[in-house]
Design a protein around this ligand. Structure first.
Ligand code: KIV
Ligand code: ZN
Length: 528
């Protein structure tokens, strides 16, 4: 691996020095946030899309954290075509060695090692002094350089670190061979001017700064992650760490789509560029939302449902006359297509396959057949089937393809008369189980019946219903989050029947929890 290979290519007419390297941490920092856990297959799917979209560096995981993390980083490293594959490691020999092993199959691999530098982290988290931190910086970067010449070093909680000490740490990392130095705003505390000043100060003061790339990694606790990252770029940083949909610890990381589109749209005041194919941003957002079951806020910039919707008469009138009156970027530039009426119940397999292709799905023959059968059933019940309906249906198909527990049938008695009752049949690895339960409303009855078949102690911190499209025949999309033993899993279910969607969402979350306890067979959880 040579450092030349890791250099971004120069696009025609655009200078190398103005290129902003996009470092995506959806699969590491993003996946760390409660409820956003992804399965092995889901991580591969996200990584494949990021690679195709032109993400320069994919932080694929934290290999020492678990066998699952190690395996997914290694497999992503094996499959990546263009992106550099990066693994995270604490400033510890074992972390770095295991990280190196995980990224080994990559055409281009990076080790990202970090340590807390602020007084709070030194005193309370690690109980070590400045001298010890400096020694660990040198030792960790030196160790990482034995494996690859692409090494990133991060000063965790940099924005609350004394400037002099931060500069000494950065200098030590550069001397030991770091090629990228990241200045995280770990707790989302900085303001844009302050953050720009910090980057400028480091670039000016630290010997060797001109040889390396500086990076931003801003959290969104005050809603300033994107503004701070862009201010950092203006001050000399040329890598931005970000995540699709702004996923990440607590309030999240800087949103990739916002960084990329801000740079593209405001080239007049930010004369930089990225290698991202922006027409894939909507697809990336939808995929990450599906696999994490984290909904995208309706008014979220760039990828929210309303981001390009014009409601007021004056705006609609203006956009119809000339889009530029109220649109600063086109929906097409982020890959948004007009929602169109899909085929009806007489549409055939071929048309269905073509529609899926257009929406960005490629399913195997079996999955396609299952999705087609569900589409036909939906078209029988619903007058108008839109792109969003197809997406909800296929997302559900993909999400449940490997589930050990599936919903086979559900009958619910609801209404004012009471008692509300649910009878559910679940398929558990080929065997069917039926249970009838009463409850405080039909949802409660349904969930109780599931719990009777698959006993578990999981809590239900989230139950949320929304409509996929407009109209009383719209499909309901339900999100269910379950929490057990400090772990959370979120499931999503859709159907024109809200109760069926609820049962599917609950079972989907349950499957995810069970997948984590893979040694625990569902049979062993069945009621006798
Ligand atoms: O927020 C942070 O400081 C991090 C580091 C590990 C880079 O995520
Ligand atoms: Zn972070």
């Amino acid at each position: 691996m040579s450092s030349d290979q890791n250099k971004p290519k120069v696009a025609e007419g655009r200078a190398d020095k103005d290129r902003v390297v996009i470092f995506d941490t959806t699969l590491r920092d993003g996946e760390q946030c409660p409820g956003a856990t992804m399965t092995f297959d889901e991580k591969l799917e996200v990584a494949e899309l990021l690679d195709e979209m032109g993400v320069d560096i994919i932080e694929a995981g934290f290999p020492i954290a678990s066998q699952g993390d190690f395996d997914s980083v290694q497999e992503i490293a094996r499959r990546a075509k263009r992106s550099v594959i990066c693994g995270l490691a604490r400033a510890q020999t074992k972390d770095i060695d295991i990280c190196a092993e995980a990224i080994k199959p990559a055409k281009r691999g990076r080790i990202h090692t970090f340590i807390g530098t602020s007084p709070l982290h030194r005193q309370y988290q690690m109980g070590i002094d400045e001298k010890e931190v400096l020694e660990r910086v040198t030792a960790s970067v030196t160790r990482a350089r034995c494996y690859t010449d692409d090494v990133e070093w991060s000063a965790m909680d940099a924005t609350r670190t004394e400037h002099d000490f931060l500069c000494r740490c950065v200098e030590a990392a550069i001397k030991a061979g770091a090629t990228t130095v990241n200045i995280p705003d770990t707790v989302g505390y900085a303001t844009p001017d302050e953050f720009a000043g910090l980057i400028r100060m480091i670039v000016e003061r630290v010997p060797g700064a001109e040889k390396i790339i500086f990076s931003t990694h801003c959290h969104n606790d005050l809603g300033l992650a994107v503004a701070n990252s862009l201010a950092g770029v203006g001050a000399g940083a040329r890598q931005v760490e970000c995540a699709v949909n702004g996923l990440g610890e607590r309030a999240g990381n800087a949103a990739l789509e916002e960084i990329v589109m801000a740079i593209r749209t405001r080239g007049d005041v930010m004369p930089f560029w990225t290698g991202i194919d922006t027409t894939m941003l909507t697809r990336a957002s939808k995929l990450v939302s599906r696999v994490t079951a984290f909904p995208v806020q309706y008014n979220k910039a760039i990828v929210g449902r309303n981001a390009f919707a014009h409601e007021s008469g004056i705006h609609q009138d203006g956009v119809l006359k000339f889009a530029g009156t109220f649109e600063i970027m086109t929906p097409e530039s982020v890959g948004l297509k007009e929602s169109s009426l899909v085929m009806g119940k007489h549409s055939g397999r071929h048309a269905f396959r073509e529609k899926l292709k257009e929406l960005g799905y490629e399913l195997g023959d079996n999955a396609l057949e299952d999705a087609f059968v569900r589409f036909k059933a939906l078209a029988d019940r619903k007058k108008h089937v839109y792109d969003e309906d197809i997406e909800a249906l296929v997302d559900q198909e993909i999400a449940s393809a490997h589930d050990r527990i599936k919903v086979v049938a559900l009958t619910v008695i609801a209404g004012t008369g009471g008692p509300q009752k649910a009878t559910i049949t679940l398929d558990i690895e080929g065997k069917q189980h039926t249970y009838e339960s009463t409850g405080d409303g039909p949802v409660d009855a349904t969930f109780r019946a599931i719990k009777a078949i698959v006993p578990h102690e999981a809590r239900l911190p989230l139950y949320q219903v929304s409509a996929v499209t407009e109209g009383t025949d719209a499909q309901a999309e339900v999100l269910v989050r379950l929490e057990a033993d400090g772990k959370t899993a979120t499931g999503r279910g859709s159907d024109t029947d809200t109760m069926v969607a609820s049962a599917r969402a609950y079972v989907s979350a349950l499957n995810k929890l069970l997948a984590r306890e893979s040694r625990r067979k569902p049979e062993s959880m069945l009621a006798s």
